[in-house]
Write a protein that binds this ligand. Structure first.
Ligand code: MOS
Length: 721
């Protein structure tokens, strides 16, 4: 009752100093428990059964023999599953109809959930699920995606992707250009592959549905589950304490719905964990893209035209647009701009957001094309970018909140040693290796969403922050601890932060690189008011003093500006043209991404994104079999992403770039690391070999066949001479 509200000594600012994760010890000792391993009394286990055909109808599910197997409790399927509705508008729009599991007999792709087998143990459920016989009436399917294929259409604008943006007359400007690049680029299906699989346990607890899950927003999942099952939102609670990666895949997915269905039918807790293989069809992926980029420039490299036409895939049941043409709308000035998106509906699962959706594949095409233009104009790639630096948003005309992309290139060039670079391709050899360097720009939106929060001054002199954040591995919990500590003028050790529970109230999800920023606003608002209250109070009652906040008003009062983070990516590669092997030797990224809260975890966000770009450039490729319609090699043996042996020395740095409109100065750093990094690698491969790779990944066979083609072209050239 008599603790003084002020800390005895005001510590130095915590924000900006490196701090290990507050839950780090729990994680490395195994004390931190993940959704699939939290114990429940009377727990039953559900195993999803997915369609093996790409299109058709379920003729029969032969449940009887399976129900006789040891431990089997139920087989839920079309015909016996309780009613679910997908006819609603959720937090991010209409739901993916894949959430309406077992509601009809149609099958729109390989991997569509067709049954859930529930048993006493996970092993029994799996055994029975694998024994379950399902007959289908198959129909012909089409899963083939390629540039310009039939069926392409223009999607509706959404709040995530504007389908088209046009300024000026692109064709006239191209015709008037001294230099033109017109090239097509492709990227394959790519998969989020978080280390922790999706897992949910549902049970009814005194009239309330309680779901323990691994997700990017408990309140989002709770809201969707309430709508799917027509429940009062207050009667649904979702918790998600520790999350082993999400990257856009951990929203509401069929496994949570399946767990709730089974818990409702069986009146006991039911857990559904996805297998790695199931994650290749049930949790979204990055659409393959085909992108045509046309750039027209004056003799001095000034852009007259920027035309980026992006094509991608969606399913027959739901629409998702990979916004690949978006980065050009922000990065470069040009007299005329045209950036368009086209979709085709195929018999495949619906793609979704995946770390830097749009910007990741889009920046590969655009930033490769810029490099091609630099070569044509005889300009240094950084000088070309500087020449086309816009004063305001190139299409929107809006002012930038801040824009320090050239500062990133300057700092990056200095650290990387760019000034010594010989621009000629294919002239540096070291033994069997050809060496080259490349660069590319990065950009990603710096947005903020509304959140509520609460801060309590406890009677023992400590502080408790309650904010429904999701720490998907980013270090958000730690960042919020540092932010709260500074706002309260106490040491981080005096602050505990509770997150990951829908009962904490509405808050932004961990997505769009805006989680920490959005939550920080709510924490700051509550902490600021709490300090004022404490200054006036003469003691803290046993229950503490709590101040709540809601940032909806301040978030919506933000002026319209182009709000983005920026960056400059650099890569050095070695290419063995006799084996086709590409090794990345070093990567360097410099970012202007707002105030950096925790340099330790921020660096790991940037570096993690850059590794993903390396992986995208050289390794990642989901292959869809046209005959079966399914993913071939849907596991970590068949789907290779960069392993330790693929990843060299990677450095990430940042320039001073506090967001002028953010109370902490944050912009968000979760995604920008991946943007432009694949292009930097591809541009370095060109610089090493003189061969341009426009199709990812740059596999050894592609290096070899491109090398052979270039060789025979040179031969022909000599013959003609
Ligand atoms: Mo991110 S793709 O918004 O999780």
């Amino acid at each position: 009752m008599t603790t003084t509200p002020q800390a005895t000594t005001r510590p130095a600012g915590a924000v900006g100093t490196a701090h290990t994760r507050v839950e780090g010890r729990d994680k490395v000792t195994g004390a931190a428990r993940y959704a699939g391993e939290i114990p429940f009394d009377g727990l039953a286990h559900g195993w999803l059964v997915a369609s093996t055909v790409a299109r058709g109808r379920i003729r029969s599910v032969e449940a009887e023999p399976v129900l006789a197997m040891p431990g089997v409790l139920a087989v839920l399927r079309h015909g016996n599953a309780p009613r679910i509705t997908t006819d609603y508008e959720g937090v991010v729009g209409r739901p993916d109809p894949a959430l309406g599991i077992f509601q009809h007999d149609r099958v729109p792709y390989v991997g569509w959930p067709v049954a859930l087998v529930v048993a006493e143990t996970s092993e029994q459920a799996r055994e029975a699920a694998e024994a379950l016989m399902i007959q289908y009436d198959e129909e012909p399917h089409d899963v083939a995606f390629f540039a310009g294929r039939p069926g392409l259409y223009t999607p509706e604008d959404s709040r995530f992707v504007q389908a088209e943006a046009v300024k000026g007359d692109v064709d006239a400007e191209l015709a008037a250009s001294a230099f033109v690049v017109d090239a097509e680029y492709t990227t394959p299906e790519e998969y989020h592959s978080p280390l922790e699989p999706h897992a949910a346990t549902a049970h009814w607890d005194g009239g309330r549905l309680d779901v323990v899950d691994s997700n990017q927003s408990t309140v989002w999942v709770a809201d969707e589950l309430a709508k799917l099952f027509s429940l009062d939102p207050a009667s649904v609670r979702v918790r998600s304490e520790h999350i082993g990666g999400g990257f856009g895949s951990k929203g509401v997915r069929p496994h949570q719905v399946a767990a709730v269905l089974a818990a409702t039918v069986l009146h006991r807790p039911v857990r559904v964990v996805l297998t790695r293989r199931q994650m290749f069809s049930l949790v979204g992926y990055r659409s393959p893209t085909a992108q045509r980029v046309r750039l027209g420039a004056d003799p001095d490299g000034r852009l007259r035209a920027l035309d980026h036409q992006a094509q991608s895939v969606t399913s027959t049941v739901h629409e998702f647009v990979e916004g690949s043409a978006m980065p050009g709308r922000v990065l470069y000035d040009a007299a005329a701009h045209r950036t368009t998106h086209r979709l085709v509906r195929l018999d495949v699962p619906t793609p979704t957001w995946m770390r830097a959706p749009g910007e990741a594949p889009g920046s590969f095409a655009l930033e490769s094309a810029l490099d091609e233009l630099a070569e044509k104009c005889g300009l240094d790639p950084i000088a070309l970018r500087a020449r086309n630096e816009p004063e305001v948003g190139p299409v929107s005309g809006l002012p930038f909140s801040s824009r320090n992309v050239l500062a990133c290139f300057e700092e990056g060039a200095r650290r990387f040693g760019w000034a010594e670079r010989d621009p000629r391709p294919g002239v540096r050899r070291e033994g069997r290796w050809l060496l080259g360097t490349g660069t590319a720009a990065a950009t990603y939106g710096a947005r903020v969403g509304p959140s509520t929060g609460a801060v309590t001054a406890e009677a023992d002199g400590t502080f408790t922050v309650r904010i429904n954040a999701a720490d998907i591995g980013t270090g958000a919990r730690t960042a919020l601890t540092l932010i709260a500590a500074d706002a309260l003028a106490v040491a981080p050790e005096q602050v505990r932060v509770h997150i990951g529970d829908s009962d904490l109230g509405p808050a932004m999800f961990a997505g769009g690189s805006m989680g920490t920023r959005s939550w920080a606003w709510a924490v700051l608002q509550a902490a600021g008011e709490l300090r004022e209250r404490l200054a006036l109070s003469d003691g803290i009652p046993p229950e503490g003093i709590t101040v709540r906040s809601d940032t909806s008003a301040s978030v919506s009062a933000l002026a319209a500006k182009e709000r983005h983070s920026f960056g400059a990516q650099f890569a050095e590669v070695a290419v063995d043209v006799t084996t086709g092997e590409v090794r990345v030797r070093r990567m360097l990224g410099v970012f202007a991404a707002g105030r950096i809260v925790n340099p330790l975890t921020a660096r790991s966000q940037f570096v993690g994104g850059m590794i993903w770009g390396l992986s995208m450039a050289l390794h990642e490729e989901g292959y869809r079999d046209p005959a079966s319609g399914g993913q071939v090699g849907a596991d970590f043996a068949g789907y290779h992403f960069a392993a330790n042996a693929d990843v060299p020395d990677i450095e990430a740095h940042w320039v001073d770039d506090p967001d002028p409109d953010d109370p902490v100065g944050i912009k968000g750093i979760g995604e920008i690391g991946v943007v432009g990094s694949a292009a930097a690698v591809a541009n370095a491969v060109w610089h090493a070999t003189g061969v341009r790779h426009r199709h990812l990944p740059i596999r050894p066979d592609r290096v070899l066949s491109a090398g052979a083609a270039a060789e025979s072209e040179r031969e022909r050239g000599r013959g003609d001479a």
